[in-house]
Design a protein. Structure first.
Length: 144
């Protein structure tokens, strides 16, 4: 006899709300051919990335909408954390390394309390749609 899905009272919240796409603004940095961004450990963004590192970053540039597809992985090595914290600080966000994450006196309210995880987004494809002459769409693939 086949057993069907569990009755509603036997399901957990994860069963009812599996990891699904989530869109949020990020303060990204471009460094050494990758993008870096932060997220609080308890945020939906960090929980989703822990379950599935695949993600998409969308950017509007002058005359071009760009979508980057790839994976975001958590960065814990101190050298990279310090380098990224220094760049953030030079741009006005006084980030510092604390353990294997970043901290600062403030961040976006949606980031949750410090510390914040640092993620490296490595993209494999990019799709650009031109909103200006010569118009059109192009896809690029990157081998890394």
């Amino acid at each position: 006899m086949e057993q069907g899905p569990p009755a509603p009272r036997d399901r957990s919240a994860e069963d009812e709300h599996p990891v699904r796409p989530h869109s949020a603004g990020i303060g990204a940095l471009w460094l050494d051919d990758d993008l870096y961004f932060t997220s609080g450990p308890g945020t939906r963004k960090s929980r989703n990335l822990a379950a599935n590192p695949a993600c998409t970053v969308s950017v509007r540039l002058e005359g071009l909408d760009l979508v980057l597809d790839g994976e975001a992985t958590r960065v814990t090595d101190v050298a990279t954390l310090e380098k990224v914290a220094s760049i953030y600080s030079s741009q006005g966000w006084p980030a510092e390394v604390e353990g294997d994450a970043l901290t600062a006196p403030f961040s976006a309210p949606s980031a949750g309390p410090p510390p914040w995880y640092l993620y490296r987004f490595t993209f494999e494809t990019a799709i650009g749609v031109a909103g200006a002459e010569p118009h059109g769409a192009t896809r690029w693939r990157f081998r890394r």
